[in-house]
Ligand binder design. Structure first.
Ligand SMILES: O=C1O[C@H](COP(=O)(O)O)[C@@H](O)[C@H](O)[C@H]1O
Length: 232
């Protein structure tokens, strides 16, 4: 499916424009169905966007927010994506939203993935909005190059849900929605910032194996168009 690049002069401009687009899309879904869903990424990039989105005036009590991926660490761990969302998105008007975490207090990441899959089944498919990020190694969500479960995670026939991932570049074991869960969102966004990430994107858009740069699975095979938001 095609992708469209939206370039902005600054991260603040991007955050404001993306927050408007997301708020409009959530409101349209609420008007159509009474509820709306969004899966967001962690990492360092989304913080300013989350802060902008949290101030938008929409019916947040009808919105379910979850994560595209998470580290297998509790929510008070500084590396938790849940903590980032709590501190920056579940604030202001967005405090009224319903948050479904991926981390579960379980004996293993595999058991947590099973529980998280069960709990997130309450969200209707496909997601209204998925916001992906991308690492300098070409990973997205927790689809890491060399990841223990990468082939399964990006196989379009793997069912919707959450699986585990371990990889050298990942730190802790991860929990990640599968490709099939994310690729058909009504609004599918790839949010990246910096010249370095633009170079990584250009490389990913070239030829090469998806296993080397798993973002290629999204760029090449997502059934929804990919809206790429970039700022220097
Ligand atoms: O590990 C992760 O990294 C990516 C990218 O993060 P960034 O710090 O380079 O913005 C992120 O999209 C993913 O959700 C996160 O778990």
């Amino acid at each position: 499916m095609a992708s469209t690049l939206h370039s902005f002069a600054s991260a603040a401009d991007l955050a404001s424009s993306l927050a408007d687009k997301v708020a409009d899309t959530l409101s349209a879904a609420i008007a159509a169905r009474g509820t709306a869903s969004i899966a967001v990424s962690g990492g360092s990039t989304p913080k300013v966007f989350f802060q902008a989105l949290s101030t938008r005036d929409i019916a947040w009590d009808k919105v379910t927010i979850t994560l595209v991926d998470e580290r297998f660490v509790p929510a008070d761990n500084p590396r938790s994506n849940h903590l980032l969302v709590d501190a920056n998105l579940l604030q202001n008007k967005a405090k009224a939203a319903h948050f479904l975490p991926l981390y579960q207090d379980a004996a293993s990441a595999e058991e947590a993935a099973r529980l998280a899959t069960e709990k997130t089944r309450a969200i209707s498919s496909p997601f209204d909005i998925v916001i992906l990020g991308m690492g300098g190694d070409g990973h997205t969500a927790s689809f890491f190059p060399g990841g223990s479960n990468l082939a399964k995670a990006i196989d379009a026939s793997t069912p919707r849900g959450i699986i585990t991932m371990e990889a050298e570049g990942a730190g802790e074991p991860r929990l990640t929605f599968t490709f099939s869960s994310l690729q058909d969102a009504a609004l599918l966004v790839l949010h990246i910032e910096g010249e370095g990430k633009k170079d990584v994107l250009a490389k990913a858009e070239g030829s090469g194996d998806e296993a080397e740069m798993p973002i290629r699975a999204v760029l090449r095979r997502a059934t929804s168009p990919v809206e790429i938001y970039w700022a220097p």
